[in-house]
Design a protein around this ligand. Structure first.
Ligand code: NAD
Length: 484
């Protein structure tokens, strides 16, 4: 199968924080992949802007090393890499002072798409927005890309939105949630809205429940001090899991347009009921031999922050009235696996004599590993011996089905950056969505803080605290196994 590369318009992309971890690991290697596929027009440029005193040559060296360290098979294409590096420029700039801004203004060109990626600490977003405006760099058509975290509660998200709104219209602001850039997540919408099979069944009459799991094997890594102030609820649920829930639960938009999709997602968030405290389980991982505990990792022996959370939620509308949504996410779990499972109801009637098993159709959307979708169906066990039924997956692993295309599939970041250049906001969070998500999350976190809620301890390499199993068992359900 031949990839179709749709060229974009010429652009100048400025990456504030261009020397930072995210830029080196994701943004710059991703842009090289886009360049290599021919998607970056000849006249386009990438301008790194950060605090380090580098020149163009120094920045190009840094990017070459980043591609060599974090790139995929494309890094061996040294000829293309040399050509790519020629498109790179660098300006040493201070987000909080005046250094470098005049030079940036002189470098920017009229007549091309201008995008500014804020890959810096959120505390600098306001400074950048203000200086881009005050130095006459941003135009009414410029776009800004902002990274997570977008606030730590409703009040801070509102303040951040207000700060950005002083200088940029909503149509210019691209709030990244890289989960939305994943191939499978978009495929979820294609499967739902591009097939006649699923939509008639996509409701409380047929769907027993939905499970969303984002499991990590890693701990907090070097992000301990940030993570301990955040926790799984703020770091994962308020944004990534909530976005996945929205895509499952939303009504079909009339067209696949940015505001139409986001309007529908917003309605889902607003329809989420407050979560009762006994429907949430928080956890913290324990020490395991050589491997330190969460508290040791974050260097805070009194920490009550959760590295795991599981919860049962309800979307209060006609479609989902009786269908619970179970969410769970955590660190140091038994596998690195992200999955959405739509579990359909049992058949009401059993017509095959002797078959006592509970057969269910399950549509599982795997985000990692092996991105793909599988549909569990019930069939006759092959061979003689009567009508014995078994459940088998109709597996559509993209790498198998699409061959090379899937393997070279674009990473979430590069896809989203190209959407910015195209001016397509569909896969970016709108300000009101982010605020609504915080408005739902805040009371949960405030409840924990008010009663000094202590997270349950769980073993590293497990599926989380025992109580999270009980959350399901009480309802006669169980979590799917964490594989990966
Ligand atoms: P980092 O600390 O590695 O890099 C920060 C960058 O900002 C550096 O290039 C630094 O020079 C620049 N910078 C700092 N102060 C500056 C100033 N006053 N003026 C100009 N430049 C300045 O951070 P990071 O991990 O790359 O994260 C960047 C943003 O991306 C943060 O908002 C973070 O929350 C978000 N994010 C990061 C990751 C990740 O995996 N690293 C993942 C998701 C979101």
């Amino acid at each position: 199968m031949v990839s179709r590369v749709i060229p974009v318009d010429d652009f100048d992309l400025v990456i504030f924080g261009g020397t930072g971890d995210l830029a080196r690991r994701k943004i710059l290697p991703g842009l090289f992949r886009r360049f290599r596929t021919g998607q970056m027009p000849a006249d386009s440029r990438i301008i790194g802007a950060a605090r380090s005193e580098l020149d163009d040559a120094g920045f190009r060296d840094l990017v070459r090393e980043a591609v060599e360290e974090f790139g995929g098979e494309e890094k061996s294409d040294t000829q293309m890499l040399d050509q790519f590096l020629e498109r790179l420029h660098y300006i040493a700039i201070d987000a909080t002072g005046e250094d470098g801004w005049a030079a940036l203004r002189d470098l920017m060109r009229d007549g091309v798409v201008q995008a500014f990626y804020f890959s810096v600490a959120p505390s600098l977003f306001g400074d950048l927005a203000e200086r881009l405006h005050d130095h006459g760099i941003a135009t009414p058509d410029s776009r800004i890309v902002v990274e997570k975290p977008f606030g730590r509660d409703l009040a801070s998200a509102q303040a951040l939105n207000a700060t950005l709104a002083e200088h940029f219209d909503e149509r210019q602001i691209y709030r990244i949630d890289h989960y939305l850039g994943k191939e499978t997540v978009q495929n979820l919408m294609a499967v739902r809205f591009g097939n006649v099979l699923f939509e008639p069944l996509w409701n409380s009459h047929y769907v027993d429940h939905v499970q969303i799991t984002v499991a990590e094997t890693v701990g907090v890594g070097g992000r301990g001090s940030y993570y301990d102030k955040s926790g799984a609820m703020r770091d994962m649920v308020q944004n990534h899991l909530m976005q996945l829930l929205c895509l499952i639960a939303m009504e079909p938009p009339s067209v696949f347009g940015a505001n139409e999709v986001r309007d529908e997602k917003l309605k889902v968030i607003r329809a989420l009921q407050p979560v009762e405290s006994h429907h949430i389980v928080r956890g913290q991982y324990e020490a395991d031999g050589e491997s330190p505990s969460y508290r040791a990792d974050v260097e805070n022996q009194r920490s009550f922050t959760e590295s795991f959370v599981a919860m049962k939620c309800h979307v209060s509308n006609w479609r989902w009235a009786d269908t619970p949504f179970y969410l769970r996410t955590g660190k140091k779990l038994k596998g690195r696996a992200s999955e959405i499972a739509v579990v359909f109801k049992d058949l009401g009637h059993k017509m095959f004599e002797g078959d006592t098993a509970r057969h269910r159709n399950i549509l599982a959307i795997r985000l990692q590993p092996n991105e793909g979708i599988d549909l569990q169906v019930t069939i006759k066990e092959p061979g003689p011996g009567g009508m014995r039924l078994i459940d088998v997956p109709l597996d559509m692993t993209f790498a198998d089905a699409l061959g090379e295309d899937a393997e070279s599939a674009t990473d979430a970041y590069e896809r989203l950056i190209m959407d910015v250049i195209r001016g397509n906001q569909t896969l970016f969070m709108r300000g009101d969505e982010v605020e609504a998500a915080w408005a739902w999350t805040d009371p949960i976190i405030e409840g924990w803080e008010a009663r000094n809620d202590v997270p349950k301890l769980y073993d590293q390499g497990s599926a989380g605290p025992e109580d999270s199993m009980m959350l399901m068992h009480r309802d006669g359900r169980r979590w799917r196994e964490i594989k990966g």
